[in-house]
Every structure is written in C-alpha cells, then in structure tokens.
Design a protein around this ligand. Structure first.
Ligand code: ADP
Length: 284
C-alpha cells in the first residue's frame, strides 16, 4: 500500500484573523513497507500532515492518494481507509477507558462487527505484537500500568484494527529512558517482523537515526530535506539553520575526523560510534 501526497496545502481558519498556513505545497510518497520518519520543530506541520493521511483533515488544496484512491474524492469511503491506516496520537493512553486491558483493545475490533472469536484472536495477537503477555495482562486495569505499558496498550488497540500502515505521533514523548527504548524497540519489531509500514513523527534525531530508512525534515509547513539518514545528517548546516541538530555522536565523530583521527563521520548511533572508535584503535 503506497500513499502519495500531491501538492498538499492546508490552511487553518482561512479568511479569519487567525488564518495559518500549516502545510505549503508538500509532495511526498510513502512506499509500501518502508520506515519513514517525519522530523521537525513544534509547529512545522507534522501533525497536520499525518492527519491528512487517513482523512481526518481535508486538504485546502492538493490530493492524497492511497493505493491510487483519492481521499479528496467525495465518493471515497474514509472508514475503509481508516481500517488500513492506523493513527496513534500523541499521549494515546489518555484515550484508554475500559476497566480491563482486554476490553480496551477489543473496543475497535468490536465496532467492526467481527465475531467474538475473531475479536479475541485480534486482541491476543496485538498484545503479543506490542510485547504484553495476554494471560498476565488481559484482566488488569490499564490504569494500573506504567506510562510505557499504557502506551503499548493504546498502540495495541490501533494494531487490533489490522492496519497496513501505522502512523505514530511522538510515541516516546514523556516516557523515561527505559520506556522510550522499549517503545522504539517494539516499533522496530512491528516493522521488521510484522512488515508494517511505519511513519514515525519525532523530534529526536537520535531516535530516527537508529530506526528510519528515510527521513523527511519539515520546516514551516514545507519539506526542507528528504533522504536516507546518511544523506540527511550530512546536511549539518541546513539542519542547524532550521534549528535542528544531527545526533550528538555524529558531532563527536566529525570532531574526531577533523582532528585527524581515521574515523567515519557517517555514524548516527552510539553503538556505531563505539564500534568505529574501537576499529580505529585496533588498527593503530
Ligand atoms: P507540529 O506537529 O509539527 O508541531 P502542527 O501541524 O501541529 O505542527 O502545527 C502546524 C501549524 O498549524 C502551527 O503553527 C500550529 O499552531 C497551527 N495549528 C495546528 N493545529 C491548529 C488548529 N487546530 N487550528 C489552528 N492552527 C493550528
């Protein structure tokens, strides 16, 4: 399933004193099975963009094509699209409300009119996919969980709808380092093992450098840069101009290289950095 975004512009509250152009002629294709990260400052248009992908917002101009089906066409059934494209909002745990985890995750599938057996299968499978043991957690109240676990339940609720594409808006926001690592690891598994197309909204260069196959940098409603992490992180000046930075370890490797050490500056994670430094030391 591919998503094509063509000349997408979105203006909030047009023709009022509060008019705001949040997206300005954005063009982007999200390929089937890829792991794409959207990065940019607060207010750069990331949330506005992703809400167009399953028809929650309508473009002011431009089109969104999901497998060549035009979402702006009035005939298009958005409910069908929303089954295929799951959107996990920021702080999704605020939307948990049932008394047990099982009931909460079952809420969406129940609304699809599936048999009880099918609903139950989907709940079990989606709990497994986010790393929550079914027997241990099914009868537990979601409100008795840690922040990171609550978020997993909320993500499982979206996965239980069996979307092909999973869009996550800042899924690590507000979590402690362990919670962050766990959620990111789980998202990686959804992509690698369960072959889901992932769109990850983030403002952490470290996180997207570790995970994404392609990065789209947003600035003031426009796509400022687009490419593989190695291509994006080379553009230090452009990134700094728009107030973003490359991962700290990349700065370290660049500084080492400038001082004459024989290391690569195409390093974006601490693991890669330590390997590269060890390689250099062992060669000496
Ligand atoms: P990001 O997700 O990158 O933080 P947003 O898409 O939320 O960016 O916001 C882009 C711009 O649109 C910002 O200037 C923001 O203030 C404005 N905006 C977002 N949502 C609304 C809204 N519902 N009404 C009016 N302006 C909005």
């Amino acid at each position: 399933m591919s998503i094509k975004i063509e000349n997408l512009t979105h203006v909030y509250m047009p023709k009022t004193p509060f008019e705001k152009k949040a997206l300005d002629d954005v063009n982007l294709v999200i390929e089937d099975g890829e792991f794409l990260a959207l990065i940019g400052h607060t207010g750069s248009g990331k949330s506005t963009l992703i809400q167009h992908l399953n028809g929650l917002l309508e473009p002011t101009s431009g089109r969104i094509l999901v497998d060549d089906i035009d979402l702006t066409n009035k005939e298009t059934k958005l409910t069908d699209i929303r089954k295929k494209i799951g959107l996990v909002f920021q702080y999704p745990e605020y939307q948990l409300f049932e008394e047990t985890i099982e009931k909460d995750i079952a809420f969406g599938p129940n609304n699809l009119g599936l048999s009880q057996e099918e609903v139950s299968d989907r709940v079990k499978k989606s709990m497994e996919m986010v790393g929550l043991d079914y027997e241990t957690y099914k009868d537990v109240s979601p409100f008795d969980l840690s922040g990171g676990q609550k978020r997993r339940v909320a993500i499982a609720g979206v996965i239980a709808m069996e979307p092909k594409v999973l869009i996550l808006d800042e899924p690590t926001a507000g979590l402690d380092p362990k919670g962050r690592d766990d959620i990111l690891e789980q998202i990686k598994i959804l992509h690698q093992k369960y072959k889901m197309t992932i769109v990850l909204v983030s403002h952490s260069m470290e996180d997207v450098g570790k995970l994404a196959e392609r990065i789209v940098v947003m600035n003031k409603g426009k796509v400022a840069l687009m490419g593989k992490p190695a291509e994006i992180f080379k553009e230090v000046e452009i990134l700094e101009d728009i107030g973003l930075a490359v991962p700290q370890v990349t700065y370290l490797m660049r500084a080492l290289k400038e001082k004459g050490f024989n290391v690569s500056d195409e390093v974006f994670t601490v693991e890669q950095g330590s390997k590269e430094i060890l390689r250099m030391l062992l060669k000496k």
